[in-house]
Design a protein around this ligand. Sequence first.
Ligand code: SF4
Length: 210
Amino acid sequence: MKTVIRAARYSLACSVLGPGLRGVLWVQGCRRHCPGCVAPEMQPFEGGFEISVDELADLFLNASNLEGITFSGGEPMEQAEALAELILKTREKKDFSFFCFTGFLLEDLIQSGTPAQKQLVSLLDVLVDGPFVEEEYANLLWRGSANQRVHFLSDRYKDWADRLSEPSQGLELEFDSGMLKWMGIPPLGFREKFASKMAEFDIIIEKRSL
Ligand code: SF4
C-alpha cells in the first residue's frame, strides 16, 4: 500500500526557507497551537489534501535545479514515518539536502521521540527546533522567535553556522492555481497587512510560512 502524506501545500521553487533553491512541503496538522502562529490554517489534522510519497518524490525529482527539500507545516514530526520514506526515496536518485522546521526540541526527539521521529532526525541535514513564541519575536535567519535554534546535523551546511545572527532570507511570492501565495518567515503583523492590501485589488491569496 502506498504511503500517503497529509499536505497543506508544496512549492517546487523556494529560496527563502533554507540554503539554495529548495522544494518545500508544508504538512497539514499541528497540535501545538502557538499564539501568533502564522499558519493557523495548517493546524487542523483534517485539513489539506492527501498525496502519496511516490507522487511527491516525482514532483521534487522532476523540478529544475533543486538543491534540496524543506519540511515545514504544520508539524513535520507528526508525519515522520512518511517524510523519512520520502527522503529515502528521493535520495535513491538525487543527493538532495533536507531541512526541517519543528516545534519539538531536538533533545526531546532524540531521547523520547518515536522510532520514526528518531529516524527522520537521523536523515536531516538541518533542523530548526522550538515553537514560535510571540513574545520572543525576532528577525533571524530561518527563525521567527529567539528561542528557536538551528542544528546542523550533517557537515553539509556547517559553513552557514556563522551566519545565524543574520536577518531572515525574506519572503517570496508565487502564483499557484490562480492564487497568490507567500512563503518565508514573515515580520509580525505581515499576514494581516498583506491580506488587507491584496483585498484592495480583489486578489485571492493564500499565505504560508514556518
Ligand atoms: S507556529 Fe509551528 S509549531 Fe506553533 S502552532 Fe504554528 S505550525 Fe504548530
